[in-house]
Write a protein that binds this ligand. Structure first.
Ligand SMILES: *Cc1c(COP(=O)(O)O)cnc(C)c1O
Length: 399
């Protein structure tokens, strides 16, 4: 199979899997216990925590809290801030966030919070000035994703962080605006430095960088009050109950190490492959266009709209050719709603439906892309032959 859906999830690295097995089979002790075997698990978790901290340039490993997913990290970050705050009820986010952020914000709106959903430009970008202008006296939180999971656009997080820091200089310490970023598509793929970005909280998820599913982390800057989302035992320094997923955590630590070591070379390699793929598709298929920013985008992301067709049909025909990809429909399975991200960048419902996300990974080769480039024009052509939209267009362009 040609796997071009690495933004949805990545394959677990075999060497990471081997390490994890050891922590299920031999080092299975509960890290909270006091005998030697437990100490071993605890040390392994500490090492993983340090690796994650180092990968995002956190000042200290105790700013890293392990969670059960990226979704949990996001829920925790946002809900914890609003529970700790009395000086306001206003949240700023964007229209192109991952559904986890959007649904969490909508939930809070029902609890009486006000949320501003910033619009984006044609490339899916917000700028720092928009954030500055949206800040109110009662603003308590800004949540802007670092890199978009659908169209790959990389947001100007450092500039936004600077704007927020400037506003915070005029506020009491207890009334500071906190800045959260969903960096789940970024960590392990492009450089992430929590101090350079000026963020207070950052979410990451293992399965997006070749670690297992069901393990994530939340970075919380020292001094930021963090209320637990999951109450329980004293795990994660009393902030998150539940016996730790030791093997998953160890796996995530190892995977981030490997990703960091390969990052620079992979950025160069994948960017080259991505640009080759985009150029070839746009050249070979008429009425196609690139979504997202042409340059400020994830190295592995290509998102292309083909007018007059349905993405679902495209995915089925690609699958028939053993190629896995995603379309412009919401990723929630069964939903045929057009993607909120593509609508936010100005596409029509029809165009959003005719979009294809191809996300490259560390194992993607040029030969694989060439296979795709070979079959895709025929697939699009065949779907257009069946499309009433195409028929209308042909008729109108003749008359
Ligand atoms: C995958 C993803 C999530 C959800 O992470 P899970 O670990 O799958 O819960 C959230 N935000 C973005 C941008 C993602 O790509």
């Amino acid at each position: 199979m040609i796997y071009l859906d690495n933004a949805a999830t990545t394959a677990l690295r075999p060497e990471v899997f081997d390490t994890m097995i050891e922590y299920m089979r031999e080092n299975y002790a509960n890290p909270s216990s006091i005998y030697q075997k437990a100490g071993c698990a605890k040390v392994a978790m500490d090492v993983a925590r340090e690796k994650i901290a180092k990968a995002i340039s956190a000042d200290h490993s105790n700013e890293i809290f392990f969670t059960g997913s990226g979704s949990e990290s996001i829920n925790w970050a946002i809900k914890s801030v609003v529970n700790n705050t009395t000086h306001g009820k206003h949240i700023i986010t964007t229209k192109v966030e991952h559904p986890v952020v959007l649904r969490t914000c909508e939930f809070l709106e029902k609890q009486g919070f006000d949320v501003t959903y910033l619009p984006v430009d044609e490339f899916g970008m917000v700028d720092a000035q928009q954030v500055e202008e949206a800040i109110l006296e009662g603003t308590i939180l800004v949540a802007v994703m670092m890199a978009n999971n659908e169209i790959g656009t990389i947001m100007p997080i450092a500039e936004i962080g600077e704007v927020i820091a400037k506003v915070n200089e005029t506020r009491e310490r207890s009334e500071r605006i906190l800045f959260f970023t969903d960096a789940i598509q970024a960590v392990g793929h492009i450089p992430v430095d929590v101090n350079a970005l000026n963020v207070d909280m950052l979410a990451l998820s293992g399965h997006k960088f070749y670690a297992p599913k069901g393990v994530g982390a939340l970075y919380v800057r020292r001094g930021v009050k963090l209320m637990p989302l999951i109450h329980g035992g004293g795990q994660e320094r009393g902030r998150r109950g539940g016996t730790e997923n030791v093997s998953g955590i160890v796996g995530m630590g190892y995977a981030i190490d490997l990703a960091m070591a390969e990052m620079e070379a992979e950025i160069t390699r994948q960017t080259e492959l991505r640009d080759y793929l985009i150029t070839q598709i746009l050249e070979k298929i008429p009425h196609s266009r690139l979504n997202g920013h042409p340059i400020k985008r994830l190295p592995g992301n290509a998102n292309i709209t083909f007018d007059f067709i349905e993405g679902e049909g495209m995915l089925l025909m690609l699958d028939f050719n053993d190629i896995a990809a995603s379309s412009g429909s919401a990723c929630t399975s069964g939903s045929l709603d057009p993607s909120h991200v593509l609508l936010a960048v100005g596409l029509t419902h029809e165009q959003a439906h005719g979009s294809l996300r191809l996300s490259l990974g560390k194992d993607t080769t040029k030969q694989e892309l060439d296979k795709l480039i070979e079959v895709l024009p025929n697939i699009v052509e065949r779907l257009r032959q069946m499309s009433p939209l195409w028929e209308d267009y042909q008729r109108n362009s003749v008359t």
